[in-house]
Each structure stands twice: as structure tokens, then as C-alpha cells.
Design a protein around this ligand. Structure first.
Ligand code: 5AD
Ligand code: FES
Length: 350
């Protein structure tokens, strides 16, 4: 196993067969060796710094109906909300005072936020906080729309691919959504000069090792600046309510693998990881992650943006989360910093 991990570190990729051997035969010893290598690589690029992103969940209306997601349009149980531009700016101001220099505007695919409205919001945030990065996470759009957002000042875009296997994609989404359009979006975003994040759920229903290998190889091909991965967690009002959650163990292992494949990648220790285990985010940082994304949404709407059950931090003020995270990160030997935290090209890369 160590030889395979060393090879992955050297070559940044493995053949399908070798990835399968690594994933199928992984054990605790392999994981601790992998995590130690991942930390070396991460510290070589980013030192001990952990970047924070202020997540603003500004709408839970969604026109899509993904089978795993708690804010899917057919969930009549979800209490819907939208934030106004003024409310969003207020979240940013509070976040700025707490040291945030990146704001992630995330929402369901909500047609209320037309291109004009979205561009106005992005412009307003950038005007007020010109030293901050704005990240959008609002789903699939046309090239023209992504271009307009970029011209309005958006710096980064998160759009998880969810699974890079076509057959698996169809089992997680209704027929109107396709993997090919997801990929088209990600390549459009890259072409427009965004720092781009793809990503996938670990342990989503029907996922097999082969699908995960497809995910890893797709990450290799896209060469994203960010990758978001977290365990699938069932939501009680979705078709997947009875399915098993993904495991922390596999999520951590994949964080380590991704760090070796993409040395400079911005890799969050996700809220979902913190939800399935009380020390999930700390363990994520020690496996190769270097980003945390606490919530800046107003406390009144926190519980309504429920993609999965038992989500953490839905009752806490942003300031409390920052304090709590600071303590948690200190316990790992890493340091939470106030910085935009842009992508750094791995120095060894030609
Ligand atoms: N469990 C874990 N992650 C989920 N997401 C959506 N629903 C769930 C769930 N039930 C993730 C998706 C999406 C991101 C915003 O949240 O990967 O891209
Ligand atoms: Fe929110 Fe710990 S990060 S309470």
C-alpha cells in the first residue's frame, strides 16, 4: 500500500486498476500513511494556514428535484425563504468584521434571481468589499450567464459534479438533469477564468468503487482549483430517506487521495463531515483539507436550508462558529487565517 501511495504522490494519478487496489485494500495503516503524505504536500503549498469562507445560503427555492436533496422542489415540507440584497450585504458586513475575505453565495436553482438581480448582488458585494472574493454556487447556467456573473465581479464558482459516472448520475437525478450538461458548465466556467470547484458525495446511494474512480479521474481531467466532498446524509423528506449515510472513513481517505492528486487544490473539511462525526472537520484537516466554510446566513433561516438531516451549526451565530472553529483548528496544529485564500499553483508543477 505504501508503494501505491508513494506512486500516487509522485505521478499524481494511478491507473484504474491501481486506484481500485488502493481503495479496496485500504486499512488504518494505509490511511495514516496517506494522511501524513497529504499533510506534507498541503504544507508545502499552503503551510499551516486554513482558509475560511463565509457561506451565505440566500435562497432555498429550487426548480430541480435531485433525489438526495432536502430542498428539492417536490419537498412540500421545506419552508421556503429568500434573502434580499440588503440582507445578503448585511451578512457580508458581519462576516467581514469577523475576518472573512471570501463570501460564498449559495442557493437552490431559483429563477427569482435573474441574471440582472444576481449581477447586481455580486456588484454590490464587490463594491463594498473590494478586497474580498465572491464565490457563486447557484447551479447550472448558460455560458452567457456565467460570463455576465464573471463580468459583474464573481471570482469563483462551486458546482459539484456529484458523480462522474453517467449511469450513477441518472440514479441520483431526474431525467431533465444530465452529467454532460454539468461537465459543460464546469468547462465553461474554467474557460471564463473562474477558480472552479467540482466535487461529489461519498457513499451516495448506488455508488460503487468504480464510480469513485470515475470521480477521481474526472478531477484529474478538469484540474479544478477546489474540490468539495462530503458524506451523503439522508434527508427524511426525500426518496433516499431510508438509505445509509456515507462514512467518515472513506471521506477522509478520499481527501488524502485528492490532496496527492491535486497538490494546490482548495479542499474544504465540509459541514457534512462535521455532521456525521463530532470531530469530522478536524480529522478532515489532518487528512489533507485546508478550508472551512462556516455559515453566515441569518440564524432565522439556518434550519430551513436543510439539504440533509441533523446539519450542525444551525442554531449558532456566525461569531460563535468562528470562535468554535478557531479552537477546533488550533487543536489540529493548523491556524485559521484572515485572507482571500486564492488558489496557489503547486510549486512543483511545470
Ligand atoms: N447529503 C450530503 N450532501 C448533500 N448535498 C445535497 N444533498 C445532500 C445530502 N443529502 C450536497 C450536494 C450539493 C451540495 C451543495 O450539497 O453535493 O452539491
Ligand atoms: Fe458552528 Fe462549531 S462551527 S458551532
Amino acid at each position: 500500500m505504501k508503494a501505491l501511495i508513494d506512486k500516487l504522490r509522485r505521478d499524481r494519478v494511478l491507473s484504474r486498476e491501481k486506484f481500485r487496489a488502493l481503495l479496496e485494500n485500504r486499512d488504518e495503516d494505509a490511511a495514516s500513511y496517506l494522511f501524513a503524505r497529504a499533510r506534507e504536500v498541503r504544507e508545502g503549498v499552503y503551510g499551516k494556514d486554513v482558509y475560511m469562507r463565509g457561506l451565505i445560503e440566500f435562497t432555498n427555492y429550487c426548480k430541480n428535484d435531485c433525489y438526495y436533496c432536502g430542498i428539492r422542489r417536490s419537498n412540500d415540507g421545506a419552508e421556503r425563504y429568500r434573502l434580499t440584497e440588503a440582507q445578503i450585504l448585511d451578512c457580508c458586513d458581519k462576516g467581514y468584521a469577523l475576518g472573512f475575505r471570501t463570501f460564498v453565495l449559495q442557493g437552490g436553482e431559483d429563477p427569482y434571481y435573474t441574471d440582472a438581480r444576481m449581477c447586481a448582488i455580486v456588484r454590490a458585494v464587490k463594491e463594498k468589499h473590494p478586497d474580498c472574493a465572491v464565490t457563486l454556487s447557484i447551479g447550472e447556467k448558460s455560458y452567457e450567464t456565467y460570463k455576465a456573473f464573471r463580468e459583474a465581479g464573481a471570482d469563483r464558482y462551486l458546482l459539484r459534479h456529484e458523480t462522474a459516472n453517467d449511469g450513477h448520475y441518472k440514479r441520483l437525478h431526474p431525467p431533465e438533469l444530465s452529467l454532460s450538461n454539468r461537465k459543460r458548465c464546469l468547462y465553461d466556467l474554467k474557460a471564463l477564468g473562474y477558480q472552479v470547484g467540482c466535487g461529489f458525495m461519498v457513499g451516495s446511494p448506488y455508488q460503487m468503487i468504480g464510480d469513485i474512480i470515475d470521480d477521481l479521474l474526472f478531477c484529474r481531467e478538469l484540474d479544478p482549483e477546489m474540490v468539495g466532498i462530503g458524506p451523503f446524509i439522508p434527508h427524511h423528506d426525500t426518496p433516499f430517506r431510508g438509505e445509509a449515510a456515507g462514512t467518515m472513513e472513506l471521506t477522509l481517505f478520499l481527501l488524502g487521495v485528492l490532496r496527492l492528486m491535486l497538490p494546490g487544490v482548495l479542499l474544504p473539511a465540509t459541514t457534512a463531515l462535521g455532521t456525521i462525526h463530532p470531530l469530522g472537520r478536524e480529522k478532515g484537516l489532518l487528512a489533507g483539507a485546508n478550508v472551512v466554510m462556516p455559515n453566515l446566513s441569518p440564524t432565522g433561516v439556518r434550519k430551513k436550508y436543510l439539504l440533509y438531516d441533523n446539519k450542525i451549526c444551525t442554531g449558532d451565530e456566525a461569531a460563535e462558529c468562528v470562535q468554535c472553529l478557531k479552537r477546533r483548528i488550533d487543536s489540529t496544529g493548523y491556524t485559521l487565517v484572515t485572507a482571500r485564500g486564492d488558489y496557489k499553483k503547486d510549486p512543483e508543477k511545470l
